[in-house]
Structure formats: structure tokens, C-alpha cells
Design a protein around this ligand. Structure first.
Ligand SMILES: [Zn+2]
Length: 148
């Protein structure tokens, strides 16, 4: 299937998801031109704020292919990935992402992704990070992993 057709398929899946009362997002993971997984944002149904289509599609692809290395896969989505999904895509090893609506274009409907990109770029976000590394041995699991 061609890239454009797969992006269009994501748009259709996202439209169906909206009709099902969910958020307007869907994603597909492919390998060698074959669809490995397709998923929608089901965060409203599952009460999971991280249930973005890209995250779900990556999880399903990893489970199906029995690997955490998806570097030979591609990802398609109806919208440019948010920072969380972009990070997940990075962790998965996926190198090619195709989307149908940019973050800038999406801002007309939802400003959150653009605000998140800006917050992480500037370091100005509402999450307070509390560093206890001087008080607890947070490196213990890594030393254990080295011995195993
Ligand atoms: Zn996302």
C-alpha cells in the first residue's frame, strides 16, 4: 500500500473513532509494506491519558512481532505525533513517520501538542521534578542488570 493510502486509512480510522465517541486519532505500523498493527486513541474509553494511537499501534506491533526493535517498521498517523508519541517512536526505533495534519495545522482544533513542544523546548512546563538521587540508590537496578 502506498504511503498516501495508509495516511488516508488513518484518517478514516480516526473518523470512525470520533463516531465511536473517542478522540480523532489513529495510527498504523507497517513492515515491508504490510500492515502490522492499526490502533486508535482510546483514552476516553480506558481512562488512559497515554492511550494515543501511535502508542497503541507501537505496543501492538511489538507484541505481534515479539520485539522491542521496530527499526524495520514505518508509522502512519492522521496527525503529526505529539512529543510523547515522538519519544515512543524514538524508543521503538521507527525511523519513518507519515502524517496527514501538521502540529501547526492541528493547533486550530487542539493547541496541546504545540504547547507541549514549546514547553519541552524551553523547559517551561508545569511538571515539578524532585531529585532524590542523593538520598536513594536509584542506580541499584542498573548494577543488578549488569550482573545478570
Ligand atoms: Zn501522542
Amino acid at each position: 500500500m502506498k504511503h498516501e493510502e495508509l495516511v488516508k486509512r488513518c484518517v478514516k480510522l480516526a473518523e470512525r473513532n470520533v463516531r465511536d465517541g473517542q478522540a480523532p486519532f489513529a495510527a498504523i505500523v507497517t513492515r515491508g509494506g504490510e500492515v502490522v498493527s492499526e490502533a486508535v486513541n482510546d483514552g476516553k474509553a480506558t481512562f488512559d491519558p497515554t492511550a494515543h494511537g501511535e502508542i497503541r499501534a507501537i505496543q501492538m506491533a511489538g507484541t505481534k512481532l515479539e520485539t522491542t526493535d521496530l527499526s524495520d517498521c514505518e508509522l502512519y498517523t492522521n496527525c503529526e505525533p505529539c512529543p510523547m508519541c515522538l519519544a515512543a517512536i524514538h524508543w521503538s526505533g521507527i525511523k519513518q513517520v507519515y502524517y496527514g495534519l501538521s502540529i501547526g495545522q492541528q493547533a486550530e482544533f487542539d493547541e496541546m501538542p504545540q504547547e507541549l513542544y514549546e514547553a519541552f523546548r524551553t523547559g517551561e512546563h508545569s511538571v515539578k521534578l524532585h531529585d532524590y538521587s542523593g538520598k536513594v540508590d536509584g542506580a541499584a537496578p542498573f548494577r543488578l542488570e549488569e550482573r545478570e
